[in-house]
Design a binder for this molecule. Structure first.
Ligand SMILES: Cc1cc2nc3c(=O)[nH]c(=O)nc-3n(C[C@H](O)[C@H](O)[C@H](O)COP(=O)(O)OP(=O)(O)OC[C@H]3O[C@@H](n4cnc5c(N)ncnc54)[C@H](O)[C@@H]3O)c2cc1C
Length: 395
């Protein structure tokens, strides 16, 4: 199968679908392809999303995929000290726990409704390169081999991205740049509140990461954790089993789904643009390195990429120079924030369990409503000046 499009998007996750939607909306002819036969499956995600991005991108929350609304956070230190935050400013705004099996499909439907072609069960295996520039995608689909020529390819192929590498960008991730996640969807469990997201810290609980309990419905939650490569003494799933076993409210529960995956916590790629190529979402490492959350950044970057791609096509200039508008805009929107999260992650992984307990003790004595991250750090420094050295990069 051979065909010519203006833009081909590889990957139909949140980044790809938002890119395809914006490209089509901008008037360009776009194809989005994905190796999965069913979009959104298997889930590789804790499924937490702040509501801000939905508002910004004008996506109305739908109870079929926005399962539960959260507005509070509980942080638990290694020795069990709890910090409660009515969530306003500290870690993002009000959030949803999604059903990504439906959410990812919904975003792809939005792209299709806008005019994008969609092809599932289509694995990209390489790029077409002409005169040194990206000129399309080749691969194999349900109906056999394909070659789609295009003026622009958008690489939205997730953490294991190969498209950007095929185009010559350096996408290598070191072991310490990957957070390995494992998650159970559990039923018949108890937790404090439907509206509270729980986070558990400690090097024995989740080396270089944290464990989470995200309520998803009546006596049902996503229970998962991430451990940092090079830190963990075993696979994430072993840590998860031990965590569940340790928690009396979870131990008796039943597991109805197991999922696992990697999160790039390296900070964004140095360059996300080449002649005829844009890189978005996890493929571009546009992930909050502190929390491992990437859906919102993927969606925002995808939206910008699609808008820029459509404009570049209509102007007949898809050179790296023209496409740099994408790089400039996403960095303006989220570059500083992502840098800060990366610094915060590096501080977090340098803390001992004793440090974490001290921090939790200081924070547990403060009422956190509407406090900023900087305000939170000031409290910490006042209580524990010795931690100044470790926290300095964040101020
Ligand atoms: C355990 C875990 C928990 C997480 N929890 C959260 C959370 O609670 N909140 C949050 O915001 N983020 C979370 N994340 C991160 C989040 O899942 C990602 O940041 C987000 O999915 C990135 O979207 P994306 O579109 O860039 O990539 P993806 O969603 O990974 O989509 C990439 C798509 O590309 C397709 N693809 C890949 N290669 C090819 C190819 N060669 N040809 C065709 N198609 C291809 C894949 O099939 C996939 O559909 C978590 C991740 C993990 C692993």
């Amino acid at each position: 199968m051979k065909e010519k499009y203006d833009v081909v998007v590889v990957g139909a996750g949140p980044a790809g679908s938002m890119a395809a939607r914006a490209t089509a909306r901008g008037g360009a002819r776009v194809l989005m392809l994905d190796k999965r036969r069913e979009l959104g499956v298997p889930v590789q995600c804790g499924e937490a999303l702040n509501e801000g991005v939905l508002k910004e991108l004008k996506i109305a929350p739908d109870p079929r995929w926005a399962l539960n609304k959260t507005n509070a956070v509980k942080l638990v230190s290694p020795s069990g000290i709890e910090v409660r935050i009515v969530e306003k400013e500290v870690m993002g705004k009000i959030g949803y726990i999604l059903d990504r099996k439906i959410f990812d499909k919904h975003l792809a439907i939005l792209a299709a409704k806008e005019g994008a072609d969609v092809m599932v069960g289509a694995l990209a295996t390489g790029l077409m390169i002409k005169d040194g520039r990206v000129a399309g995608v080749k691969g194999v689909g349900v109906g056999g081999k394909f070659e789609f020529f295009s003026d622009i390819v958008i690489a939205a192929d997730g953490v294991g991205s190969r498209v950007a590498r095929w185009a010559g960008l350096n996408t290598a991730l070191k072991l310490v740049d990957i957070e390995s996640g494992a998650q159970f969807q559990m039923v018949d469990i108890d937790f404090e509140s439907q509206t509270m997201m729980e986070f558990y810290f400690g090097n024995k609980i989740a080396a270089g990461g944290y464990a989470w309990v995200f309520p998803k419905g009546d006596h049902m939650a996503n229970v998962g954790l991430g451990v940092l490569g090079g830190r963990a003494e075993g696979p994430a799933i072993d840590y998860l089993r031990a965590f569940v076993e340790k928690m009396p409210n979870l131990r008796k529960g039943k597991i109805i789904e197991i999922n696992a995956g990697g999160v790039p916590v390296s900070g964004p790629l140095e360059r996300t643009v080449k002649d005829g190529l844009l890189v978005v979402g996890d493929a571009a490492r546009q992930v909050n390195a502190l929390t491992g959350g990437g859906i919102d950044h993927a969606m925002r970057a995808g939206d910008i990429a699609g808008e820029v791609a459509a404009k570049a096509v209509s102007e007949g200039d898809t050179s790296e120079k023209r496409l740099m508008e994408y790089e400039k805009r996403w960095r303006e929107l989220m570059g500083k924030r992502l840098e800060r999260y990366l610094k915060a992650k590096n501080v977090l992984v340098s803390l001992t369990d004793d440090d974490l307990d001290k921090l939790a003790k200081a924070l547990s004595e403060v009422k956190f409503e509407g406090i900023s991250l900087t305000g939170m750090l000031r409290v910490l420094l006042k209580a524990h000046p010795k931690l100044l050295w470790k926290l300095r990069g964040l101020m």
